[in-house]
Design a binder for this molecule. Structure first.
Ligand code: SF4
Length: 66
């Protein structure tokens, strides 16, 4: 399983939330947060991650004990 993670590079530009409002939202601190990690298709996850111009969205592979 893979999931999306927003790292400290996020500057809160909102590009991810604008493009994928069902997946990302800007939190109270002005940073993006993943609100839905149901998407598991690698190609789609990579596409979502590539929307960030700051490299703040990562696709992490989860192991079963996570
Ligand atoms: S596109 Fe990147 S920098 Fe902009 S809000 Fe989303 S994660 Fe943060």
């Amino acid at each position: 399983m893979a999931k999306l993670v927003v790292n400290d590079n996020c500057v809160g530009c909102g590009a991810c939330a604008a493009s994928y409002p069902d997946t990302f939202a800007i939190d109270d601190e002005g940073r993006s947060t993943v609100i839905n990690n149901e998407e598991t298709e690698a190609e789609t996850l990579n596409e979502m991650a590539s929307i960030c111009p700051f490299g703040a969205i990562e696709v992490k592979n989860e192991t079963s004990n996570d």
